[in-house]
Design a binder for this molecule. Sequence first.
Ligand code: ADP
Ligand code: MG
Length: 278
Amino acid sequence: MSGAGGIGDPAGLSGVNGASGVEPVIELTDVRKTYGMDGTAVHALRGVSLTVPAGDYVAIMGASGSGKSTLMNIVGCLDVPTSGRYLLDGIEVEHLADRQLALVRNRKIGFVFQSFNLLPRTTALDNVELPLVYAGVGTAERRRRARAALELVGLGDRMGHKPQELSGGQQQRVAVARALVTAPSLILADEPTGNLDSTSSADVMALFDRLHAAGRTIVLITHEHDIAEHAERAIRLMDGRIVSDERDGSRGRLSDHRTEHRNEHRTEHRSASQGSAS
Ligand SMILES: Nc1ncnc2c1ncn2[C@@H]1O[C@H](COP(=O)(O)OP(=O)(O)O)[C@@H](O)[C@H]1O
Ligand SMILES: [Mg+2]
């Protein structure tokens, strides 16, 4: 199997959904995950069904313990459901063995983690090239694509810097470049601004907004409302179930001023309808 297949978009700009443009990127049907099958079983996901079309920009929210990481691990092909169906870009992944899962993960998903997860003592350019090494892309092509991805995230002048020579926001932008460089079907970000100050958070979210505008499919997990506001769709988990799935065509497209007003309105709405304080 050629590792280079389906990686034809070095700058990650086209956002076209791989070989299967009409399939949803994510299709979960009644997905359940139970940890510990003995008397102490924990039902982390209790029947999650979810469709994410190509180009969607989704925030997954929920209290600690609600199942966000479990869902992220399954969507990210880091773990498999106990039962239920998961199609990623039309591929049935729920029964794949570890090695096949790893291959799908490398081909289809670009991860961004809260803690950046860059290799230390390794330049930004080499960090961004790494997924292409695993994908079997040749040296010159790797270099060309990694450069393009770093330029896209505004770090064209920092390619030779190592993580410790970069700010947190810059490190996370390197991580976003690394997530993009394979032109994945899905960018999956787990609390991507969790370790960043507000200015760097704004930079990173502006980058996600730009990637969304260019057609990328983005799922981000966050417990921060102002981060979730960037997405066009917010899904809320509670006790392993989806309790709301709200799409807002105006999400992320308003000025800061108007966003503030909208936040007030939304907070009122929430406290009136759910009694939730957040
Ligand atoms: N590996 C595991 N073994 C047993 N229980 C787990 C494991 N991972 C998560 N859980 C439990 O599953 C539930 C959901 O956890 P998690 O998905 O991490 O939620 P969140 O990310 O929203 O905080 C919690 O009750 C948690 O304690
Ligand atoms: Mg978690």
